[in-house]
Design a protein around this ligand. Sequence first.
Ligand SMILES: [Zn+2]
Length: 186
Amino acid sequence: MTLSQKPALPGDKIAIIEEFETGENTFDDGQSIRSLVVGTPEFDKTSRIARISGMRRPAVAKSGDVVTGSVAALMNNMFAINILYINGKPTHAGLECICQAKGAKKRILVRVGDIVTAKILSLLNGVIHATISEPELGVLFTQCIKCGAKVIAMSNNIKCIDCGYIEERKLSTRFGNSDFIKFNSN
Ligand SMILES: [Zn+2]
């Protein structure tokens, strides 16, 4: 197995247990060593320990802050947001936050690439935990997954104005009336 230096997300496989033992921010699932956090895998070949170096300590995001960004990854029970704005101010710190998405197997809350707004709940071991379960939080901007056209809100769904495709989302009450479309051209 090739040892990756790419950033790992929670649940990512970083090594196999025949080759390494679990270090900081990792767990083993009986076969593989997986990451518990967002961070960079590090491998000590002498002690054969795999660990994850947590993300840069986020000095600029704190509990209660409202962040806006794009959905970077979807996992079974959570998703990661690449933070672009903190309390309305642009940030280039490369911060990510993780939202729990309980019940998301049945319900589509967000898709990768959606622009969402979330509230920071806590910072634990360098991981920023956030939520979108308040009316003003959730998806601000998205597009039709089938054809890429503009969508309109229909209660808890979105509907494509072009092809008519309907899909679920956890929409923000501010969906459709903000200027977040500009993010899309970045
Ligand atoms: Zn469409």
